[in-house]
Design a protein around this ligand. Structure first.
Ligand SMILES: *[C@@H]1O[C@H](CO)[C@@H](O)[C@H](O)[C@H]1NC(C)=O
Length: 189
């Protein structure tokens, strides 16, 4: 992976993180600004331990094709790729030890994305429907245009510019950031 710590193992290989590289979690990258673009600490890449899960069999090879041979020896192209999605992650004002401070990180974008999912589950339950449960198969089955696709910026690391955000899924911002109204509509709510 690149980003967040800019970690790089010797000799020169992206270092995937855990649990972000686990196929059983939903991994959230980060954006900033409006219109949204990738923030450089948005971690992304490919697991060295977990193979590509079935729900990524369409989206990830499509990205790898656009990547070509770039970074060939720096990552495991058959690994679980992440992130799955993204959300704003820059300059959040929080109250910490009775003071307002400003923080940034995927530790900010992740609970933001989770909050949108909580609203979707709330809407489902209020209609007598089941909550979403494990999100990833559903996320990868969404039609293009439901999430805000992020197509600019990258996550530099290991002396490279990292993975570019592109149209469709990419290892910088996944499928992009949530839009509550479009997600409600996708669930026919
Ligand atoms: C990322 O995008 C930049 C700018 O368009 C381009 O020069 C570069 O080759 C791309 N890198 C990769 C790894 O796709």
């Amino acid at each position: 992976r690149t980003g967040e710590t800019g970690a790089c193992s010797t000799p020169n290989r992206f270092v995937p993180i855990f649990p972000g590289g686990c196929p059983y979690v939903t991994t959230v990258g980060a954006t900033y600004q409006i219109p949204e673009t990738t923030v450089r600490f948005s971690g992304g890449g490919f697991s060295d331990y977990f193979p590509r899960p079935w729900y990524q069999h369409r989206a990830v090879p499509r990205y790898l094709k656009t990547l070509g041979s770039a970074y060939e020896r720096l990552f495991n192209k058959n690994g679980r790729a992440y992130p799955d999605v993204a959300a704003q992650g820059y300059r959040y004002f929080i109250v910490y030890q009775a003071k307002v401070i400003c923080v940034s990180g995927t530790s900010a974008s992740t609970p933001t994305f989770a909050a949108i999912i909580a609203l979707l589950n709330d809407a489902l339950l209020s209609k007598g429907r089941r909550p979403l449960g494990f999100l990833n198969p559903w996320i990868y089955s969404l039609k293009p245009g439901v999430l805000n696709d992020i197509t600019t910026g990258s996550n530099p690391g290991c002396g490279t510019i990292g993975f570019n955000a592109t149209r469709g899924w990419d290892p910088a911002t996944g499928f992009g950031t949530p839009d509550l109204l479009r997600l409600l509509k996708a669930l026919k709510l």
